[in-house]
Design a protein around this ligand. Structure first.
Ligand code: ATP
Ligand code: MG
Ligand code: MG
Ligand code: MG
Length: 558
């Protein structure tokens, strides 16, 4: 790459549209450009970084024996109807019609499609285990796309799916992927943690998330230094009492008068401590069919959680305006931030009791909650557990907390998709059995954003060597050094990704650009070159500088 011929539109100022560091720096480094909300172009430098991450993922997946395929983004509704997710998935599933009026969707995930592939052509236990994966575009119509490619609507995911004959097989495949994921994120040069997690809209019983540790992460991880336990602390009803044995829940015999209450009041009423460890705290109060759930956290997380809470019952987000109308409440009821909740029984909706559930933030309200089924004693027990304090559920020692970004998620699915889709194979004993499945995602484009959240300073990105789109930058400070710079460029490019800054720009501009785009190793031909024939080598991360003869560079890099 010669910078004079390259397309790297860097920006000097912070773009006003960006809130997070990675979003700002990706824009400023000329790596991405927005096309529409949550939809981004990757320019050459961004594309290169993405390809490097993909390659690390691909190599490790291949080593694990997974086979790469490519599935369509556009998927027919029929498949999603087979599993019931056409109805259940909610608005994140972007539905479209073709010219013949047939229903399709843009794939937010590919369990149905891959299960269809396998049920058609895999017939025998002899063909198992099988792990298929792809690295491709996903579309999720996120309720609030934000932070650039961190939470986009169109993004790149590596998704893998394992098919086994039995539970032991699944356990092996899952373990293999768990280890593969560790290698992938290590090879990316990231600090991360694998944590116990919830299964969200994908379903299944067991799952782990891989969290890149960064102050700016949306998730909070609780971990125990004593026994190694680590979990995403957003406990949901998915974590049943099976996983966390406890005494049976106290029935809620007190009467609660609907009205605005502070968190403390609600907690006292329920006999709960005000949560210390949960970012998302769910309060439940029942009285005269009235239910309130107070959620602190963010929209996206809440939507998944509520889908769970509602046991798959339809629900939708409602605007504050609409809720005020339904509830006949005064505009003030969605109190100021500060943990006030209002309990509303929604009398105006037809059918079984529907309730508005909401929190103290604008637009944090849902309608069509379903009492009884929705808010079971189990769930209340889970909420109790979630608010119990900050002790490790395994060993009872105090927990520590970290912020993280979810970059990967692995699930044991079992027969969740194979059963409804009748994906069967002939087992050793001559019986037809459903495949036992697992699924394994990595947000490839989110990894890029997370890398930057974890590795930056006031000058810009600090790319780890392994995924740096430019590993070595060369800056000749005088025209007369250009020839030597060119020959260095030619030589080093044989092995590494090298950028030669051959522009007619001031030295300051060149230094700033290399720092901004995060080039780990920067070679400067300046004063020392003129006087002693030595190049200056600067490490982006430490700022450390050494002076070397040009012929010593290769050894130094290795
Ligand atoms: P989140 O909790 O952040 O919404 P998710 O749990 O919905 O993510 P999964 O269904 O587990 O996501 O998908 C696998 C991976 O895809 C995630 O671990 C994440 O890295 C990535 N991913 C999910 N949604 C997005 C998005 N909107 N933009 C970029 N990457 C995403
Ligand atoms: Mg999501
Ligand atoms: Mg998640
Ligand atoms: Mg997930």
């Amino acid at each position: 790459m010669r910078l004079s011929r390259y397309f790297m539109p860097t920006l000097r100022e912070d773009p006003s549209e960006a809130e997070t560091v990675s979003h700002k720096l990706l824009l400023r480094a000329g790596m991405i450009r927005k096309l529409a909300s949550g939809i981004y172009n990757f320019l050459p430098l961004g594309f290169k970084a993405l390809k490097k991450i993909e390659q690390i993922v691909r190599e490790e997946m291949n080593k694990a024996g997974a086979l790469e395929i490519l599935m369509p983004l556009v998927q027919p509704a029929e498949l999603w109807q087979e599993t019931g997710r056409w109805e259940l998935y909610g608005k994140e599933l972007l539905r479209i019609k073709d010219r013949k009026d047939h229903d399709f969707c843009l794939g937010p995930t590919h369990e149905e499609v891959v299960t269809d592939i396998v049920r058609r052509d895999v017939k025998s236990y002899k063909d198992l285990p099988l792990i298929l994966y792809q690295i491709a575009v996903k579309f999720r119509d996120e309720i609030r796309p934000r932070f650039g490619i961190m939470r986009a609507r169109e993004f790149i995911m590596k998704d893998a799916y394992s098919f086994d004959a039995d539970e032991e097989g699944l356990e092996k495949s899952y373990q293999k992927m768990y280890e593969t994921y560790h290698r992938i994120f290590e090879n990316c040069g990231l600090k991360f943690k694998a944590v116990e997690a919830h299964t969200g809209a994908i379903g299944g019983d067991v799952s782990h998330e891989f969290m890149v540790l960064a102050e700016t992460g949306e998730d909070t991880i609780a971990f125990c230094e004593a026994c190694g336990y680590a979990s995403n602390i957003e406990l949901t009803p998915a974590e049943t009492s099976e996983n966390y044995p406890q005494e049976s829940p106290k029935p809620l015999e007190k009467v609660y008068t609907p009205g605005v209450r502070t968190a403390k009041e609600v907690a006292d009423f329920l006999g709960l401590p005000v949560a210390k460890i949960t970012k998302t705290l769910i309060y439940i109060v029942e009285e005269n069919e009235a239910v309130a759930v107070c959620i602190r956290g963010d929209h996206e997380v809440n939507e998944i959680k509520l889908e769970k809470i509602l046991g798959g019952k339809p629900f939708r987000m409602a605007k504050d305006e609409e809720i005020r109308r339904i509830a006949g409440a005064s505009p003030g009821f969605i109190g100021p931030k500060g943990l006030k909740i209002k309990i509303i029984a929604d009398k105006s909706l037809v059918g079984y009791p529907n309730f508005v559930i909401g929190a103290n933030e604008d637009e944090y309200h849902y309608i069509n909650a379903n009492l009884g089924e929705t808010f079971t004693p189990d769930m209340i027990a889970d909420v109790r557990k979630a608010t119990e304090g900050d002790l490790c559920p395994h060993c009872g020692k105090p927990l520590s907390f970290l912020k993280g970004i979810e970059v990967g998620h692995i699930f044991k699915l079992g027969t969740k998709y194979s059963l409804p889709m009748k994906a069967m194979f002939l087992d050793k004993d001559g019986q037809m059995k459903p495949f036992i499945m697992g699924c394994y995602g990595i947000g490839v484009s989110r990894v890029l954003a997370a890398t930057i959240e974890q590795n930056h300073d006031e000058k810009g990105i600090i790319f780890p060597w392994q995924i740096a789109p430019v590993q070595i930058g060369i800056i000749p400070l005088k025209d007369s050094f250009k020839e030597k710079a060119e020959s260095l460029y030619q030589g080093l490019s044989q092995k590494w990704d090298v950028l030669l800054d051959d522009r007619d720009e001031r030295p300051g501009v060149k230094f700033n650009d290399l720092d901004l785009i995060g080039v780990p190793l920067q070679i400067i031909l300046g004063k020392a070159f003129e006087e002693k024939g030595e190049v200056e080598i600067k490490q982006r991360k430490t700022g450390e500088r050494v002076y070397l003869k040009p012929e010593e560079i290769e050894n130094y890099v290795q």
